[in-house]
Design a protein around this ligand. Structure first.
Ligand SMILES: [Zn+2]
Length: 133
C-alpha cells in the first residue's frame, strides 16, 4: 500500500531564498535542533546540510500564503478577503435585496456574522439563523 504523503505545513526559509517545505513532524524536529543550538553550525537534515547561520526561520504555510499574496500586490481587507491591488473592497456592502443569494453566498464569514448581529431576521431567512455557511 502506498503511504500517503502528509501535506507540507511548515517552511524553512534560507537566506539564499531556498524554501524547504516540511510536514509538521519533520519541521518540529528541525525546530528543536534550531532552538537548542547555541552557536551557528552545519546540521544534517533530510539529506541536506544546512548552515544554521543561514536559516531565516521556520514559518507556517499561512505565512507563506500571505507572503505570496503580498508579492502579487494583493491586500487583505478587514473581512479577511484578499483583493487585487486596484480592487475595491465590497465585502461589507449589504446588497439592496437580501434575497440576492449568489452575492451573499460569496461573502466572507465575517460579513455573515455581522449580518447575524445587525439583521437577525434576514440572516435567519438566508441561513436559517445558524453558522453553517
Ligand atoms: Zn474585502
Amino acid at each position: 500500500m502506498k503511504k500517503e504523503l502528509s501535506k507540507p505545513q511548515k517552511c524553512l526559509i534560507q537566506r539564499n531564498g531556498v524554501e524547504i517545505w516540511l510536514d509538521n513532524e519533520k519541521a518540529n524536529k528541525l525546530q528543536i535542533i534550531l532552538n537548542n543550538i547555541t552557536e551557528h553550525k552545519f546540521v544534517e537534515f533530510e539529506g541536506r546540510t544546512i548552515n544554521t547561520a543561514d536559516c531565516t526561520g521556520v514559518y507556517l504555510s499561512k505565512d507563506m500564503e500571505e507572503l505570496t499574496h503580498r508579492k502579487n500586490g494583493q491586500w487583505q481587507c478587514n473581512y479577511g478577503t484578499w483583493h487585487n491591488k486596484n480592487e475595491r473592497c465590497e465585502c461589507g456592502r449589504i446588497p439592496s435585496k437580501f434575497s440576492n443569494e449568489p452575492e451573499l453566498k460569496n461573502k466572507p464569514i465575517k460579513f455573515k456574522e455581522r449580518l447575524k448581529k445587525e439583521f437577525p431576521k434576514e440572516h435567519k431567512k438566508m441561513y436559517g439563523g445558524g453558522n453553517n455557511y
